[in-house]
Structure formats: C-alpha cells, structure tokens
Write a protein that binds this ligand. Structure first.
Ligand code: SF4
Length: 96
C-alpha cells in the first residue's frame, strides 16, 4: 500500500515563486552579460537588471535560490556575480 504522506512535495511548489518574478518576459540579456562585456556597458546593463529586481516581489526567494545553488552567472535577487561571490567565496564558473 502506498503511503502518500511520505511522498516528496510536488516539484512545482519548489519553483512556482518564479511565476511572480518581475523579470518574467524581460529581455534575459539584461540579466546575463555577453562574452567580453566590460566597463560602462557592463555597469549600465547590470544596473538596469537591478532596477527590475528592486521591484520584484520574490527578490529574497530568488537570491536565496541563487546562493543555494551557487549560481555563477547573471543578476539574481538584485545581486551580480561579484556580489554573490563576495558572500560565497569564489564561485566556479561552468566551462572555465
Ligand atoms: S529578483 Fe530579479 S532576477 Fe530574481 S526573480 Fe526577481 S526580477 Fe528576476
């Protein structure tokens, strides 16, 4: 006999916070830098992404997720790659 109460929670409950994300439908290029981006272009793109995050109702959940999985790329929860690395220590970047 199957004991349903012992089954894991549905996966969607782990991810449905993303449905309320302020970045849904936004251009993902705002959140992830192109190869070789530097200086002013980097700063302006990242600032634009962070302005969206500042209005996001799930910002803290997003940041917690990115820190938990040690996400190496992009702006998550209002923090960029360098800011998350400062919290976690150096984050291994995939493919490098
Ligand atoms: S905090 Fe930023 S990156 Fe995270 S879901 Fe909200 S808008 Fe998207």
């Amino acid at each position: 006999m199957t004991v349903i109460s012992r089954l894991p929670e549905p996966v969607h409950q782990e991810w449905d916070w993303q449905l309320r994300a302020a970045c849904r439908g936004a251009d993902e290029r705002l959140f992830f830098h192109p190869s070789g981006e530097r200086g002013r272009a980097h700063d302006e793109r990242e600032a634009a992404a962070k302005r969206i995050c500042a209005q996001c109702p799930v910002r803290s959940r997003c940041l917690a997720h990115s820190l938990a999985v040690r996400e190496p790329y992009g702006v998550w929860g209002g923090l960029g790659e360098d800011e998350r690395s400062a919290i976690l220590g150096p984050v291994t970047r995939r493919g490098r």
